[in-house]
Design a protein around this ligand. Sequence first.
Ligand SMILES: [Cu+2]
Length: 162
Amino acid sequence: MHAQLAPHLCGLLLIAACDSRPTRDSEVIVSAAVVAEPVLGERAAMYFLVSNPGALDDSLIQISSPAAERAEIHRTLDHGGMMTMEPVGSLLIPAGATVRLAPGGHHVMLQNLTRTLAAGDTVTANLRFQRTGEVFIQARVVAYTQLEEATGRQESHDPGRH
Ligand SMILES: [Cu+2]
């Protein structure tokens, strides 16, 4: 019977392995945050992992950062090889799931940067989730050439691509 006490315990253990910070079951965990070093200087993309070990869905609904006048959640669209992106109002973080923001998919767009960002800098941001509330994060700025490695280095729990 004991084995059935916590059906989501495996998920929690996996997440604990990724991120050593203590957490409450009802809160999402953000890890591996990076910002791509901007090429043109006006905006930059931010990526991270969001894990939701709880039994209830959560949603990322708002972002702010002192490094940008505003921040939006974007999704990437592929029109037969032509990539565009558009803002979305929120990003669902389903119960028990880990959502990866990564190049070619969802990302946070830091619009109208307030300062120059170069590889090695740190960007802070406040993420607001519907259930969890505010989560403060620090993201490392990485060179574009190191982005794939930086956003895919989490010894992936989802080896397949989606
Ligand atoms: Cu974008």
